[in-house]
Ligand binder design. Structure first.
Ligand SMILES: [Zn+2]
Length: 148
């Protein structure tokens, strides 16, 4: 996972059908993958990493991006209207951040991560005044089978 970056450290990404293409520079690289237990994320099932808003550039297909919002309508969830794949969302908990679907990043698979923290999104931290920003609900582990 080191040879898939462009010269300025940005990574290339796309949806499944290739209509949406983007470049992104991640805040902490691939060091802090996560999932979330909220009503939407538990269905979507994507592993995500963070990027600052100005560090994501949709280079192609922005007209095909569809916005989905629910509940407080603060988070902005984007997906490709052609293939349905979730690419990124603007976070409710940190509106300065996008979360990026790692599966859309060139050369990256959600199964590259042996252990992914799962954040408690049921009791959102915005609804937990004075509490910690993030509460980890659990860990999701992926174990590769030994090579045959
Ligand atoms: Zn697509």
């Amino acid at each position: 996972m080191t040879d898939n970056k462009t010269t300025n450290g940005a990574m290339n990404g796309s949806c499944h059908c290739g209509t949406i293409r983007f470049t992104v520079t991640l805040v902490e690289g691939l060091e802090k993958p996560r999932r979330c237990t909220c009503s939407f994320c538990r269905m979507r099932g994507a592993v995500v990493v963070s990027a600052m808003l100005p560090d994501l550039t949709i280079t192609q297909g922005s007209e095909a991006l569809t916005l989905y919002q629910f509940n407080t309508k603060k988070a902005e969830h984007y997906f490709c209207s052609k293939c349905g794949i979730y690419t990124h969302h603007r976070r409710r908990s940190n509106p300065n951040h996008f979360s990026i679907n790692v599966a859309c990043l060139e050369g990256v698979s959600p199964f590259d991560f042996e252990c992914v923290p799962v954040l408690d999104g049921v009791v959102h931290h915005s609804d937990r005044p004075g509490g910690p920003a993030y509460v980890t609900a659990g860990l999701l582990r992926y174990e590769k089978l030994p090579e045959a």
